[in-house]
Design a protein around this ligand. Structure first.
Ligand code: NAD
Ligand code: TDX
Length: 339
């Protein structure tokens, strides 16, 4: 592959993916398309912005003319779609942007890729499309879709569009579905970075309900390696699940964070539960292991400690988000104010 387009590359996973790919594939050109919503932070890729193989284009995946222009500038070997509204709590407050970006934006990408004959399209999806598990069992790629939040419903709709394009048009689409990611550059509204940054500031941490919901945690670089493997070796039309085989109740994870940061359980504040809160996610990733030769490499304890160390070393990154100062970096670079 010579040129790929990554959408949503200024977010958490996209920025880690771009950095990983530039390091692993020195001849590869990467164009990053990002609308710079509240979750998009141009500072996440400061260290690669002078790399001759990296280019940033500000714009929305919902803007057909813009997407057509970027895709047709040079031959494109693959489009990898990370761009999304990604926070479940925000989707409960207002599902509008989720329907626009996650569904309509995906449709625009599919249409433009199809007419430009882009040879490979990878949709980055989530385990949340499968709904919720009870105490037993795992999600496999055959588990029926049963999303429970406006966020996961919009992601499931996008997955079904990809499926429809594959079946109807022979479109070269692939889908990945991953469990909860953690690691550097995660926006501090999600559990792990929110709790680390609150604890570092001596603030309490809001645990929803009883804290007995279970998530399956995977280091973001293991997810990035899974997307890379799917891009290089995945079969068109297939879905691949990725997970970290690390199931934890939220309260167990909260206590681990509290201990690692030298605080006490007095930091815990139980708050009203998230409406429709999925009880448990757990991924069976045997297919990715067998067919792609992928395996998670980062052990949870080491990965969590390394993540805490990153947030401790980068407290100004969090502070610039909390104060809104991170939005001015785009203006500094491009001379145009972000809305
Ligand atoms: P994020 O919210 O950190 O980043 C999303 C990025 O998309 C931001 O840079 C934002 O500016 C950009 N974006 C939003 N709307 C856009 C639009 N209309 N056009 C162009 N760019 C737009 O999200 P993330 O956690 O990095 O997740 C990336 C993808 O991975 C999402 O599709 C998400 O559903 C999926 N996913 C996330 C997780 C997780 O644990 N975070 C797990 C599985 C799958
Ligand atoms: O303040 C909090 N308190 C709390 O108890 C927050 C933000 C979360 N929680 C709970 C809700 C969940 O059970 O912690 C768990 C994790 O919450 P989030 O970090 O919001 O992640 P989740 O809702 O599980 O979704 C994430 O994983 C799948 C990502 O945000 C999605 O984009 C991804 O698809």
């Amino acid at each position: 592959m010579q040129r790929i387009i990554v959408t949503g590359g200024c977010g958490f996973i996209g920025s880690n993916f771009i950095r990983h790919m530039l390091t692993q594939h020195p001849g590869l050109s990467i164009v990053n398309i990002d609308a710079l919503t509240y979750a998009g932070n141009l500072e996440n890729l400061r260290d690669v912005e002078s790399n001759a193989n990296y280019e940033f284009q500000k714009g929305s995946i919902c803007d057909r003319e813009f997407i057509e222009r970027v895709i047709s500038e040079k031959p494109t070997d693959a489009v990898i779609n990370f761009a999304a509204e990604s926070h479940v709590d925000r989707s409960i407050l207002d599902s509008g942007p989720f329907v626009q970006t996650n569904i309509v934006g995906t449709q625009v990408l599919l249409d433009v890729c199809r007419s430009a004959k882009v040879p490979r399209y990878l949709q980055v999806s989530t385990d949340e499309v499968y709904g919720s598990l009870g105490a037993e069992g795992f999600f496999t790629e055959e588990t029926p879709l049963a999303p429970n939040s406006p966020y996961s419903s919009s992601k499931a709709a996008a997955d079904l569009l990809v499926r429809g394009y594959v079946h109807t048009f022979g479109f070269p689409g692939l889908i990945t579905r991953c469990s909860n990611n953690y690691g550097p550059y995660q926006f501090p509204e999600k559990l792990i970075p929110l709790f680390i940054s609150n604890l570092l500031r001596g603030e309490s941490v809001p645990v929803y309900g009883k804290g007995d919901n279970v998530r399956d945690w995977i280091h973001v670089l293991d997810h990035c390696r899974g997307i890379e493997a799917t891009l290089l070796r995945g079969k068109v039309g297939e879905v691949y699940n990725f997970g970290g085989r690390t199931e934890l109740q939220n309260i167990e994870l909260t206590r681990m964070l509290i201990k690692l940061l030298g605080k006490t359980d007095e930091s815990i504040r139980y708050v009203t539960d998230r409406p429709g809160h999925d009880l448990r996610y757990a991924i069976d990733c045997a297919k990715a292991e067998e067919e792609l030769g992928w395996q998670p490499q980062v052990g949870f304890e080491a990965g969590l400690q390394e993540t805490i160390d990153w947030y401790v070393a980068n407290q100004d990154w969090v502070e610039r988000i909390r104060s809104g100062a991170y939005r001015s970096y785009y203006e500094q670079q491009y001379g145009e104010r972000l809305a």
